[in-house]
Design a protein around this ligand. Structure first.
Ligand code: ADP
Ligand code: MG
Ligand code: MG
Length: 880
């Protein structure tokens, strides 16, 4: 019989997949003899089974739950539903990967109309008993029965106002009894039945609700953003309640063993007196810093610091802990490896190595490569920053510099981005998990309420997004979409502001930014990464400026230079158009003559910038319509230039129309029909290389023929290239090495890679086109239906962002093997978007590619991801 339920005393930290992160760590803390309230965990397998059984809990599982409950009752010496000696529990979700705030917790379960009276008598604290009951009714109704939380909050606010109470702690026992009566009445009205009184029914309903919450929309979105598979399921933890709401000798809080924003080695946290559960995070009252606990209760503070140290040593990582103090007694409710900013992640990793706690390899594995992104983007230009006057100051919740147009709902922010706005800032009173998508698209987040551990702050740090939280100096009107600063100036939707997440300053203007530097801890980590990785990292770059940036970030070559990008400039496009519309070879050669010097000087710039590192140049690739003149006016000008009539040229333009340009006359097909294009491009590459070589920089250009599907078309173009190149080299009387290779981006090329390798000296997997052609849908149109595919669980991620290892990956693996079979020393690389995606990089390492190539800003990410892949060759990295 499968074991679906484990007492905390039966588990440990290694059982994360089965018990979820929270459950496994509660078990681990229990075995370390830390003060953890007792309880048990219902496994993730039970969740999977619940879904497989048509959303039902099997009798077998229910029996095991009841058995564990009975055992726990025995251990704690209390009884479920017994007014004389009531046992109350919390029901807490907990998946394998931490999904903070994604699923809901129910506290004080087991209370009913009689038990609440017993609890009041037993504790001699009626206020506490009814405070717990009103919390339970609200949470149970909201999470389990889907009665909106706001309806309860409205009642609470009304009672508070009537009684002249500022905070919930100002309400008396009698007030809370009234709240409870009103809550039950609301429940009756909404559900048509009485609030459930049987604790066992409450428990089973709550467990089901946690299982269900695995599929709630915000959990689904979070999983997609974080690469968490949907079949993992969540565990459920049932745990004895301890009470932070028993008076001023009680409280609840969260703390980190090191500062999650900077990495500083110092206990960091917040707590609230006389409070329960999420009160701290929800920003209802302003919490105290953990330092204050030292003054209020030095004994507890010391005990807590010892536990914090123990946990950090035990887990060998910075810990994020949740605790509750019940009448002067400390309880640990959770610990996990804490989320941190990229800067903190680097410092902590390096510090842990110098403290002798972990090895360099372990340190490298601790950093999420994607997170580095936040460090690779600009900061405010110091002079402009100095001159700017902040309009308000909030808490520096997540560092970074953000400039953007303001939007007041997550939806508005998402829509603005969909409509082409590249920089938005989300302004909210406070955020909730429903805002997750809006937070994701935003450059920065500004909230009016909440502390350093508020939802906005925690989530923003996790995403590496700049955040200023709890900015009480501005008054936000979410409904009418504006805020007013302390001087009374009004900012409307669409206005520019800037946020400094490191100081908490808010600026009412668009501030200029500067490029990032890789120094200090960042440089150390990169150096360690370079020591272990075997995969080389190149960049996709088309200009000397991009190439210089790439080099600064540690690129070891250019894996893709798109030559067509060189012709989009206003002063170049006419010559390009002339070449495209040319109807005779003579006309075309005339246009190519104009393009040659431009292209040659571009290549010279690129070769010089790359200082001898390899540069792969892809020959003309795009569908031609991208360059065609559309407006009659442009056609007329061009016609004059070429000595044609308007009608003639218009006719040519029309005749170039393609039904499916992505699969039309493009790539090497251009060179096959117009070999003079390949001749000119070869001339430009080779002459540039000769010129730069003469300056003492050794260049070995790599010429890459795109969109090859058959070895014969590659051979045809290659022959043109070799003939042209050799003639130039011979005439110049120099020695120049060069290589000719191809992209593997058409499935047929992958299938016949052994043939193709006879001609190609290198392969570069163009996984954008390869994905497009393997799936049979285009990247530009996939947006229209992918959302539905996610909703229906057909796809879990965008195959253009993360390599589809099952299908497209199989082609890559196969082509790599076939290529090596023919030509053992063939160089293999990847140059699609996937070259900068950590899980795809792990795959490239596994199948034995020589290098990945990605955009310059992703080079450091790729270096770290490649190092991680070398340390852990399971190919599962980036899969969480
Ligand atoms: P999340 O995963 O969203 O952090 P948790 O399951 O950790 O949710 O629960 C949230 C909060 O509820 C905890 O931080 C703690 O304050 C409170 N809580 C949970 N279980 C108990 C318990 N057994 N006794 C007292 N408070 C609890
Ligand atoms: Mg928690
Ligand atoms: Mg392509």
């Amino acid at each position: 019989m499968t074991k679906y339920v484990y007492l905390f005393s039966e588990g440990n930290a290694s059982m994360r997949n089965l018990l979820g992160g929270k459950g496994a760590n509660l078990a681990e803390m229990t075995s370390l003899n830390l003060p953890v309230p007792r309880g048990f965990t219902i496994t993730t397998e039970a969740c999977t089974r619940y879904y497989n059984d048509g959303r039902q809990i099997a009798k077998e599982i229910e029996d095991q739950i009841m058995e564990a409950l009975a055992k726990t009752e025995k251990i704690v010496g209390k009884k479920f539903g017994d007014p004389e000696n009531p046992f109350l529990v919390s029901v807490r979700s907990g998946a394998r990967a931490s999904m903070p705030g994604m699923m809901d917790t129910i506290l004080n379960l087991g209370l009913n109309d009689t038990v609440v009276q017993g609890l009041a008598k037993l504790t001699n604290n009626e206020r506490f008993a009814y405070d717990s009951y009103r919390r339970f009714i609200q949470m149970f109704s909201d999470v389990v029965m889907e009665v909106e939380k706001s309806k309860f909050e409205k009642i609470l606010d009304e009672v508070k106002e009537k009684k002249g109470a500022k905070f919930d702690t100002d309400l008396t026992a009698e007030d809370l009894k009234e709240v409870v009566e009103k809550y039950k009445e609301l429940y009756r009205k909404e559900k048509g039945t009485e609030f459930p009184q049987d604790p066992k029914v409450q428990l089973m309903e709550a467990v089901k609700a946690v299982f269900r919450s695995w599929e709630n929309p915000r959990a689904v979105v979070y999983r997609r953003l974080n690469d968490i598979p949907s079949d993992w399921g969540t565990a459920v933890n049932v745990q004895e309640m301890v009470y932070g709401n028993m008076g001023n000798d009680s409280g609840t809080g969260v703390a980190f063993t090191r500062n999650p924003a900077t990495g500083e080695k110092k206990l960091y946290g917040e707590f609230l007196i006389n409070a329960q559960g999420e009160d701290v995070v929800a920003g209802i009252r302003t919490p105290e810093s953990i330092e204050k606990l030292k003054e209020i209760n030095p004994e507890i503070y010391n005990q807590f610091t010892v536990i914090a140290e123990t946990l950090e040593k035990h887990y060998k990582d910075m810990q994020d802990m949740e605790f509750t103090i019940e009448r002067g007694k400390l309880f640990m409710l959770q610990t996990r490896n804490g989320k941190r900013t990229a800067a903190a992640a680097l410092k902590i990793a390096v510090d842990l190595v110098s403290e002798g706690m972990i090895t360099k390899e372990e340190a490298l594995l601790k950093i999420d490569p994607k997170q580095l992104d936040s460090l690779l983007h600009p900061n405010f230009e110091p002079k402009a920053l100095k001159a700017a006057v902040p309009i308000a100051k909030g808490l520096p919740a997540s560092p970074g510099a953000a400039t953007g147009k303001i939007y007041f709902t997550a939806e508005d922010a998402v829509n603005a981005v969909k409509n082409g706005e590249s920089k938005v800032i989300l302004v909210r009173l406070e955020t909730s998990p429903e805002d997750i998508e809006g937070m994701h698209v935003a450059q920065g987040i500004l909230t009016g309420r909440g502390g350093m551990t508020s939802h906005a702050a925690v989530v923003a740090r996790g995403m590496g997004t700049c955040c200023v939280a709890g900015c009480g100096e501005i008054s936000i009107n979410e409904e009418e979409k504006y805020f007013i600063d302390k001087n009374g100036k009004k900012y409307n939707e669409g206005d520019w502001i800037s946020l400094d997440g490191s100081t908490g300053n808010v600026y009412g203007e668009k501030l200029p930014t500067i490029e990032p530097e890789m120094t200090g801890y960042f440089a150390t980590i990169m150096q360690w990464a370079d020591e272990v990785r075997t995969l080389k990292v190149r960049a996709n770059a088309d200009t000397p400026k991009d190439a210089a940036q790439a080099l600064k970030f540690g690129a070891e070559g250019i894996g893709l230079c798109r030559t067509e990008h060189m012709f989009f400039d206003a002063d170049r496009i006419p010559a390009m158009r002339e070449m495209i519309v040319a109807r005779t070879e003579e006309q075309r050669r005339k246009a190519l003559e104009k393009l040659l010097p431009m292209q040659r000087s571009d290549f010279e710039g690129l070769f010089e910038a790359m200082q001898g590192y390899p540069v792969t140049i892809r020959f003309l690739d795009p569908p031609l319509h991208e360059f065609l003149p559309q407006e009659d006016e442009d056609i007329a000008t061009l016609a004059k230039e070429m000595g044609m009539t308007f009608e003639e040229l218009k006719h040519v333009v029309t005749s170039l129309h393609e039904f499916n340009p992505m699969m039309g006359h493009r790539g090497c097909r251009l060179a096959v029909t117009y070999p003079e294009i390949a001749e000119m491009q070869t001339r430009a590459v080779i002459e540039a290389a000769i010129n730069v070589n003469a300056k003492g920089i050794k260049v070995v250009p790599e010429i890459m023929i795109p969109l090859v599907g058959d070895v014969k078309e590659l051979k045809y173009v290659k022959d043109v290239v070799v003939k042209t190149a050799d003639e130039i080299i011979k005439k110049a009387g120099v020695n120049l090495e060069y290589k000719v290779g191809t992209m593997i981006e058409i499935p047929r090329a992958a299938l016949t890679a052994d043939e193709i390798a006879k001609e190609a000296e290198f392969f570069s997997f163009g996984t954008n086109d390869l994905t497009q052609m393997t799936f049979g849908f285009s990247r530009d149109d996939a947006g229209k239906f992918l959302e539905e595919y996610y909703n229906k669980k057909i796809y879990e991620f965008d195959p253009f962002a993360k390599l589809d290892q099952t299908g497209v990956g199989k082609l890559v693996d196969m082509a790599a093997k076939l290529g090596r079979q023919t030509r053992p020393d063939i160089k293999l690389g990847i140059c699609g978007e996937h070259g900068g995606d950590p899980s795809s990089i792990a795959f490239c390492h596994k199948v034995g590619l020589n290098y990945v190539s990605c955009s310059p800003f992703r080079v450091p990410i790729a270096r770290l991801a490649a190092a991680q892949a070398a340390i852990d060759n399971s190919g599962n990295l980036g899969q969480k």
